[in-house]
Design a protein around this ligand. Structure first.
Ligand code: PLP
Length: 411
């Protein structure tokens, strides 16, 4: 028998979603007439924008003709798409990112999971807690996390707790770390970081020689003009940060798959001899070895997001989800709950009532309101005491879920 990668055995089982499914099934078996509303999932419900569909159809037709058929494309994305990204996502915000610093991919999940491959196994990783679990698990798989402890943490990972006490803003690490995963607007807390907070991180990373791995998958949900959309809006960030973006939540591409990662050319790591090495060159080498490019049809669809029509349409879909977020936030506040996030993010982070843990409150919402949420503890130890609701649902169901929580939840 071939020896397996032992690090995989250190992963905690995907307890969260299987346990949610188990509890939901048990509830449904006991209450077959109950109509459940799921506000736990992080997937969108609205269809692709008409401009996107039109571009996709046209690209499919191109694939049908010998003269316009496309085989393998450039590993880092077609020029037509990276140029639009550079101009609209960055140029319009006063940020210079050149097309050859942009790497188009099939997802923010794969990019944020794969990026750790270009760093040494001994690099020390910090993650904010609670957080999207991919950053941690990909480092566990690579052997960088160390051993799992009884308290739910790994012994080589530095956890940066984001709690109500610090306004869900991660504290700077108290020791040297090499890589820090930041995600703003945040999944799951819905928190955002302003310019001063981001500047603290950039300055810290410059002092420490650390790299910020900045996940901006939800930047399109920012409505407050004071909140930066890109880490590169902060002076000096090009020398310390990699940024992940995705069309998934921006334009409903969760099932279509397109994202991109920015690795500035000024961003350097060092080799074993202390010589500077370009991270842009390493990531290009990694992608061109292991990835053959996002599909042409999908990249044409993504490019349509930047047309006037596409921008109007995706803006309206995001406004729709943000209105759901408002309905949830205000409704739950009216129900007497303490509610965070949901203003510049599609996630609403709800404090459990006194004495109830994440799973207790999950059970109560399921049992009394027939609403499925996600227990905060599934996103990290500091998520205990919260549940996450998402704004990606259908309007009528969102309204009904809120109404049920308001009227049925025992105070
Ligand atoms: N980053 C964060 C913070 C997410 O919450 C998600 C999805 O839920 C992703 C990335 C994944 O995005 P994609 O669909 O592009 O893989």
């Amino acid at each position: 028998m071939a020896r397996v990668n032992d690090h995989y055995l250190k992963l905690r089982s995907s307890y969260l979603f299987s346990e949610i499914a188990r509890r939901v099934r048990a509830f449904q078996d006991a209450h077959p007439d109950a109509r459940l509303i799921r506000l736990g999932i992080g997937d969108v419900t609205r269809p692709l924008a008409p401009a996107v569909i039109k571009a996709m159809h046209a690209a499919v037709d191109e694939m049908a003709r010998a003269e316009t058929f496309k085989g393998y494309g450039p590993e880092a994305g077609y020029d037509f798409l990276v140029e639009l990204i550079a101009k609209h996502d960055f140029g319009e915000r006063g940020v210079t990112v050149s097309p050859d610093e942009i790497f188009v991919s099939d997802g923010g999940k794969s990019d944020s999971a794969n990026i750790q491959e270009i760093f040494a196994p001994e690099c020390v990783v910090a993650i904010i807690d609670p957080i999207y679990p991919v950053y941690l698990d990909s480092n566990v798989m690579a052997g960088r996390a160390g051993a799992a402890r009884d308290d739910g943490r790994y012994d080589r990972v530095v956890y940066l707790p984001c709690t109500v006490e610090n306004g869900f803003e991660p504290p700077l690490p108290e020791r040297h770390v090499d890589l820090i995963y930041l995600c703003f607007p945040n999944n799951p807390t819905g928190a955002v970081l302003g310019r001063a907070a981001l500047r603290r991180w950039v300055d810290w990373a410059r002092r420490e020689g650390a790299v910020l791995l900045y996940d901006a998958a939800y930047e399109a949900y920012i409505r407050d003009p004071e909140i930066p959309h890109s880490i590169y809006e902060i002076e000096g960030a090009r020398g310390v940060a990699i940024e992940f973006r995705s069309f998934s939540k921006t334009a409903g591409f969760t099932g279509t798959r397109c994202a991109f990662t920015v690795v500035p050319k000024d961003l350097m790591g060092r080799d074993g001899a202390g010589q500077a090495v370009s991270l842009n060159a390493l990531w290009f080498r990694r992608q061109s070895t292991k990835f053959n490019g996002a599909p042409y049809v999908v990249q044409r669809a993504a490019a349509a997001v930047y047309t006037d029509e596409g921008r109007r349409e995706i803006r309206s879909a995001i406004d729709f989800y943000l209105e759901n977020a408002r309905i949830i936030r205000e409704g739950l506040e009216a129900a007497g709950l303490r509610v965070y996030g949901g203003k510049n993010a599609p996630y609403i982070w709800v404090k459990t009532p006194p004495g109830l843990g994440s799973w207790d409150f999950f059970d109560r919402l399921l049992g009394q309101a027939h609403v499925v949420t996600t227990p905060g503890a599934g996103f990290g130890p500091s998520g205990e005491g919260y549940v996450r609701l998402t704004a990606f649902g259908r309007r009528a169901e969102t309204e009904e879920a809120v109404e049920r929580i308001k009227t049925r939840l025992a105070r």
